[in-house]
Design a protein around this ligand. Structure first.
Ligand code: ADP
Length: 483
């Protein structure tokens, strides 16, 4: 099958290397797009986690000097993914987190590490390899952001470009002094170029020069055009509104399937949801919570950062503890949030449990065992945990922002009456409104049949990659048709 060729460029890709949702999307989209007759190859940096995982690799191009060292382009496959790997040991041969040094600081040469990725992407897109010419160059996040800039200042034909924002909070900002070393002309540094408040912003460059811009939910696409959520780029995004759209992420339905998930104590599905009880029991037992069958067991699986709004949950819970709530939390991040939850555990033994750390298996069990999954984010480009919750029959209680607003149908009077509700939303995002949503959830939870309907509706929601893949396919078609 020789469909439309897309070169995707990503700084991480599941299952080879992952720090967040970007890796999930970069890893899952090629497979989903194959069903749309689109063939995707992904250009990734040659970190050890990637070069050591390659099944077949052949060197297809040599760069004698790529930002201070020799590099090779490998055509390779790994775990079913078709890859181009930028094998540049002086830039990428470092174990661990792709962006941070062993002290947890950004690598000092990140500007060059990701300029190299973008430059090679642009060269590939312009036909560096005679045998490979993509119709679309799809760039993910700031790490790939300079590719449309290099293309803009180059001569000759080029493919159409799509820039996807997974989180506008990360922009790739560097000192303006670097400009000459990046191989870009002086005129690239301007308000209409990559200049950003006296610095260089790689993401801004991508947003300025890509033919199309996407982000990972329609509501986030609207929000980032406002000063409140636009992180200083809302003006640019408003100017580019006709080229901007939001396409929701999907989830990996094989990895997240309650009928076969190896991390669960009991398997279940929409037609036999009672299997959840075993997981609820297992979760309570494992985390030292009272084995209370009537409790309303809340779950949280999250990075602990300001974005995720969990300080509001810390404030909302204590006054509600007389109403039969329990909490099972898994997360890691800011010290203050971590110690806040540890303190709550001390004050409410048997009712609040917090596991500080990263635990894939426990994340699955929480989704399968909790009654309601709480996601009080201040902003959320798409969010994955509420999608897992829908599939696992945990009713999501979410802030009405970004992808959370787009994927959960609030149990308001109308939605309850017509049977469409899948969870609860609250807005504005404050402790008071979160408390209100939790109280509302508690009332619904006591009504067994209403709660079952919510769960069942959630489990019937299509959270697969099928629909998003169709949207990307149609975006690529539009972009290539456009002259
Ligand atoms: P973000 O990308 O902003 O962190 P998402 O909801 O899009 O938020 O994705 C978070 C992903 O990371 C989900 O797959 C979630 O299950 C996982 N996750 C977050 N924290 C933990 C943790 N402490 N242990 C295991 N998995 C976690």
């Amino acid at each position: 099958m020789n469909g439309t060729r897309v070169l995707s460029v990503a700084s991480e890709i599941f299952p080879l290397i992952k720090t967040g949702g970007l890796a999930d999307v970069a890893g899952a989209l090629p497979g989903a797009l194959a069903a749309e007759n689109i063939s995707v190859r992904t250009l990734v940096p040659g970190y050890p986690a990637i070069t050591h995982a390659l099944d077949h690799a052949s060197a297809v191009y040599d760069f004698p000097d790529l930002f201070g060292g020799r590099a090779r382009l490998l055509a390779a496959q790994a775990r079913g993914l078709d890859l181009f790997v930028l094998d540049a040991p002086h830039l990428y041969d470092r174990p661990g987190n792709p962006y941070l040094d062993p002290n947890g600081k950004d690598w000092a040469d990140n500007a060059f590490r990701y300029a190299a990725l973008a430059k090679v992407a642009a060269e590939l897109a312009r036909g560096l390899l005679d045998v490979y010419r993509p119709a679309i160059l799809h760039l993910h996040d700031w790490q790939a952001g300079l590719a449309p800039v290099y293309l803009h200042f180059a001569e000759g034909p080029r493919p159409r470009t799509v820039m996807t924002i997974h989180n506008l909070a990360y922009q790739g900002q560097f000192s303006a002094d670097l400009l000459p070393k990046l191989g870009l002309p002086a005129q690239a540094y301007g308000v209409d170029g990559i200049e950003y408040y006296g610095t260089i912003s790689y993401l801004k460059g991508g947003l300025q020069f890509a033919d199309r811009i996407t982000t990972v939910s329609p509501t986030y696409a609207d929000e980032i055009c406002t000063p409140e959520f636009g992180m200083g780029l809302d003006g640019l995004l408003r100017r580019r509104l006709s080229s901007l759209c939001g396409i929701l992420n999907g989830i990996d339905e094989a990895e997240w399937n309650p009928a076969s998930d190896p991390h669960l104590a009991g398997h279940y599905g929409r037609n036999n949801p009672d299997g959840r009880v075993l997981n609820r029991f297992e979760l309570q037992q494992r985390l030292g919570l009272d084995l209370d069958p009537d409790a309303m067991l809340l779950g949280v699986v999250s990075r602990l950062t300001w974005q995720k709004g969990l300080d509001m949950l810390q404030a909302a819970l204590p006054p509600l503890m007389g109403q039969g709530f329990q909490l099972a939390l898994l997360g890691a991040g800011d010290q203050q949030l971590e110690s806040g939850f540890s303190e709550l555990v001390r004050r409410h033994p048997g009712r609040i449990a917090a596991v500080i750390g990263y635990d894939e298996g426990l994340a699955h069990l929480i989704q399968a065992g909790c009654d309601a999954l709480v996601v009080p984010s201040r902003f959320e480009p798409c969010g994955l945990t509420q999608l897992y919750a829908l599939r696992y029959g945990a009713v999501p209680v979410v802030a009405r922002v970004g992808g959370l607003a787009d994927t959960v149908i609030d149990a308001n009077e109308m939605a309850l009456a017509n049977g469409s509700a899948t969870g609860l939303q609250f807005a504005p995002v404050t402790t008071e409104r979160l408390s209100g949503a939790l109280r509302r959830a508690r009332i619904l939870h006591r009504d067994k049949s209403a709660w079952k309907t919510l769960q069942s509706n959630g489990m019937a929601t299509d959270v697969s990659w099928r629909r998003p893949a169709r949207r990307y396919a149609s975006l690529y078609r539009d972009a290539t048709a456009q002259r």
